[in-house]
Write a new protein. Sequence first.
Length: 235
Amino acid sequence: MTVNTAVPSAGIAQAPVRRLRGGISGGWRGASANQLFLVPIAAVFLVLFIIPLGRTFYWSLTDFTGYSADVTFVGLDNYRVILRDPSMLAGLAFTLLFAVGTTALITVIALPLAVVLDKRFFGRNFVRSMFFFPAIPSMAVLGLVWGYILSPLGSGVLNAVLETLFHAGPFPWLSDDTLAKISVIAVGVWGGAGSSTWRTSSRFRASTTRPPPSTAPRGASSSCTSRCRCSGPPL
């Protein structure tokens, strides 16, 4: 005598499928509702960035002077003139030098400084705040302040200090080509080293306080494990 132990699977399989489909459709509806909040931002980005950028690129292909509405299409002639201008090439070269120089110097300064500030000593939080302070004001304010400090005149703060202490100067910090480049790079390093040190120190503390995935307790949530995996190098 044979006993049929087969269980009808159609009813069992269909219920999870219906729930899965409902969950997917509900997820799509939720995603669409969330994306509606991006519409105002996208509209502002389109009106204030994309359209002006497109019009600027169009005018760059003409002989538009800014005064006359009669323009003629000239193609890439304006770009050829710019790329042959020695002052423009010098500006591009210094921009590349500034980007590479400030990035390298900030990295070299921020890494050991973060290691020192991660240690416990008296007044550590105050010292951290002092290093992070240059990242708080805007670049316009910092430019005005450093323009007054590095003024090539005798009334400049740095020249006045050097004159008082060493009877030297005044030095053309911003009027000499070489000194101006060095001064601008130094100000860029001063403004970016503090925030980079703060971020690197935060990554140090995060990597030391979170347990690695291999030592996570059994049954720990996957979100905790993923957070531990994402600690990464403090760069």
